[in-house]
Write a protein that binds this ligand. Structure first.
Ligand code: F6P
Length: 523
């Protein structure tokens, strides 16, 4: 596959020139004044999501150059290689096929379906596994004796299902409570165990590898608690969601739901890792979630690059990171149920694209993943929006709003939407004030994503949109967005330090760690 690094393309140099001549001083307010059709040019529909990009520091000529950059780096070829099941995760020699998890089964009457024929067997396996998981989910929903579902998992085995169960709270079966335990900090598990009873609890041990120390420690403690509290029938009260079925069995769990090494942890909510969500919203809801994501996959695969929303968002990320030098992006979901959406996006973007070498291992001369952070609106307005409006750094903001709410409390939604629009407006327009303290420079960029409603299908589409936009920027940067070696060193050192906490042995330690260790061991 021919991938050219972005800084070695002609378009990169042209973008640098464009930035120096018009980009640096670009003012969105002037752009609107000069072009009454700007909103139309920089907004578009994609499945379940309408996006307004018009308040960004970009013009048609720059977007055209960014599209040329995409072409010259081989973005479309790289995307097609992912959808062809090629091993594009080159450091682990793995295919990247989370999208296959949301591909409908092949219809023999329709030979021209988008999945490559050689993947037909894998797709069949995906659906057999999905069907078994959904049968289990329905059985748990129907089982009135199970009132509490405790998911034990961390990273992708926690953030996706937790974000989605919270986001779809309005669709959750009444009478079932969902708990998520991720941290090895025993306070978290303890707080859940205080609330549940062994006879009415289902523990889901979610771990792709089934080796992650936090999850294994929590699972051991949950099992010990279950047995010590009079629980019987581990087979009925524990299930494992993992690619390592053998390790789950060795742990003593017989009900297992598997997936495959071609599903990255942060891309796994569509797999067995989504079981808590399937129990929460039912088989039908889970299928809608998959269908929404599949519609976005098809958009990403087929829409021309200039009208392809993940492509436009990913390229804008490159423009901001590498030319404007913006180092972070704030996400502002104006829906309280999306409270874990920023945390979910942090792993998705920063674990995928937080890399300083290209796919060949060579150090990059340019920046990659921005810092992604945020809180639901309007709460963020009363905390850090001060900095977004008047701080010394420019931080592009990505709003998400929902047209129709699921409640009928008068006035609230109108105010919520008004705030979202007003914040985006204020960031862009600013306000002149001679006094300095009350001056808003304006021209602060933002993107506005609008869903008709927050439901399984639109959430699926929104998440798939984010996955693909991360693919786009990672692809242009020439990095491997699908490994995560950067988390390994800390894991290894933690094992060593844990042993030293017991023994007190500080031999060979740096002065700071040795000092802290000694202090922690003081009686
Ligand atoms: O430590 C990082 C990581 O490997 C993530 O990529 C992953 O989502 C998380 O740990 C949990 O891994 P597992 O599902 O194998 O327990």
């Amino acid at each position: 596959m021919n991938r050219t690094r972005c800084d070695r393309t002609p378009a990169w140099g042209q973008l640098q020139t464009a930035f120096e001549s018009t980009g640096r001083a670009f003012d969105v307010r002037h752009a609107f004044a000069a072009d009454p059709a700007r909103f139309e040019a920089f907004s578009q529909s994609a499945p379940h999501v309408f996006a307004d990009l018009s308040k960004n520091r970009i013009d048609v000529a720059t977007e055209q150059l960014l599209l040329e950059l995409a072409q010259q780096t081989g973005l479309a070829v790289h995307r097609d290689a992912m959808f062809a099941g090629e091993a594009i995760n080159t450091t682990e020699q793995r295919a990247v096929m989370h999208w296959l998890l949301r591909t409908p089964p092949l219809d023999p009457a329709m030979p021209a379906q988008s999945v490559h024929r050689h993947m037909a067997e894998t797709l069949h396996e995906v659906h057999t596994t999905l069907d078994a998981m959904l049968v289990f989910a329905e059985a748990m929903r129907a089982d009135g004796r199970i009132t509490d579902i405790v998911n034990i998992g961390i990273g992708g085995s926690d953030l996706g299902p937790q974000m989605a169960v919270l986001a779809l709270d309005e669709f959750v079966l009444p009478g079932k409570r969902f708990h998520f335990v991720s941290n090895v900090d025993g306070h978290e598990l303890n707080a859940v165990l205080r609330k549940v009873k062994p006879e009415s609890t289902l523990f889901l041990v979610a771990s792709k590898t089934f080796t992650t120390i936090e999850t294994m420690t929590n699972a051991q403690s949950a099992k010990a608690w279950f047995e010590a509290s009079g629980g019987t029938d581990i087979a009925r009260h524990f299930a494992a969601l993992t690619t390592n079925v053998a390790a789950a069995r060795a742990f003593g769990i017989s009900a297992t739901f598997g997936f495959w090494d071609w599903v990255g942890g942060r891309y796994s909510v569509w797999s067995a890792i989504g079981l808590p969500l399937a129990i929460a919203i039912g088989a039908r809801g889970f299928k809608e979630f998959l269908a929404g994501a599949h519609a976005m996959d098809e958009h990403f695969r087929n829409a021309p690059l200039g009208h392809n929303l993940p492509v436009r968002l990913g390229l804008l990320d490159v423009w901001y990171r590498n030319f404007h030098g913006f180092t972070s992006r704030s996400v502002a979901p104006y829906h309280s149920a999306l409270k874990r959406y920023p945390a979910y996006l942090q792993q998705l973007e920063m674990e995928s694209n937080g890399k300083r070498v290209d796919a060949g291992g060579t150090t990059l001369p340019y920046g990659t993943s921005p810092v992604v952070w945020g809180e639901p609106g309007t709460n963020g307005q009363h905390a850090y929006f001060q900095m977004l409006h008047q701080g010394s750094d420019v931080v592009p903001v990505e709003f998400v709003a929902v047209k129709t709410p699921k409640h009928d409390l008068p006035g609230h939604h109108r105010l919520l939407l008004a705030n979202a629009l007003a914040q985006a407006q204020a960031l862009m327009l600013g306000k002149a004030d001679a006094g300095g303290h009350k001056h808003f420079a304006g021209n602060r960029p933002s993107t506005f994503l609008l869903l008709d409603e927050l439901g399984p299908a639109s959430l699926g589409a929104l998440i798939a949109l984010q996955e693909h936009r991360v693919f786009v920027s990672g692809s242009v940067w020439g990095i491997n967005s699908f490994d995560q070696w950067g988390v390994e060193l800390g894991k290894v050192l933690a094992k060593d330090v844990a042993a030293r906490l017991d023994s007190g042995d500080a031999t060979g330690l740096d002065g700071s760690t040795a000092g802290l260790l000694a202090r922690l061991r003081q009686p």
